[in-house]
Design a protein around this ligand. Sequence first.
Ligand SMILES: Nc1ncnc2c1ncn2[C@@H]1O[C@H](COP(=O)(O)OP(=O)(O)OP(=O)(O)O)[C@@H](O)[C@H]1O
Ligand SMILES: [Mg+2]
Length: 139
Amino acid sequence: MTGLFKVSSVEETWELAAKLAQELKPGDVICLEGDLGAGKTTFTQGLCAALKLPGRVTSPTFCIVQEHLGVDRSLVHMDLYRLDNWQDVISVGWEDFLDRGDIIVVEWPERAPELIPQDARHIIFRHMVGEEERTVEFK
Ligand SMILES: Nc1ncnc2c1ncn2[C@@H]1O[C@H](COP(=O)(O)OP(=O)(O)OP(=O)(O)O)[C@@H](O)[C@H]1O
Ligand SMILES: [Mg+2]
């Protein structure tokens, strides 16, 4: 999936996430880029819903990783915003997630560029202040 999409509601963001969910494979790493409140966590909620994975998708304050474990596939949601040191991602099990073939979704990947594989997908969220419309760009 590539291109720029307009989303004017949470529902439309979820619909877009459901489309991406259809083409995800085990081991895919998806980087969600964009400012605070741009819609990254909302998109992740849509992905987990489409993949029928359990657990609430939230913006974790103290933990940087949440695992949504399903029967035949799992999604690991990371929010690196508060990361001080990229090595911390190793200590929460980054390499295990990769080895396990989980789908890994990373908010604020720019906090740990050392970790992001070359073939990761990049999705950019934009929300202009005072405007209803948001855009989601699949690179
Ligand atoms: N397409 C949309 N239309 C309307 N509201 C939206 C849309 N996407 C997200 N929102 C709302 O914007 C708020 C912030 O969204 P969200 O938490 O997904 O942002 P985020 O990019 O994860 O931010 P952060 O960097 O702080 O984690 C939420 O209240 C959400 O409901
Ligand atoms: Mg978020």
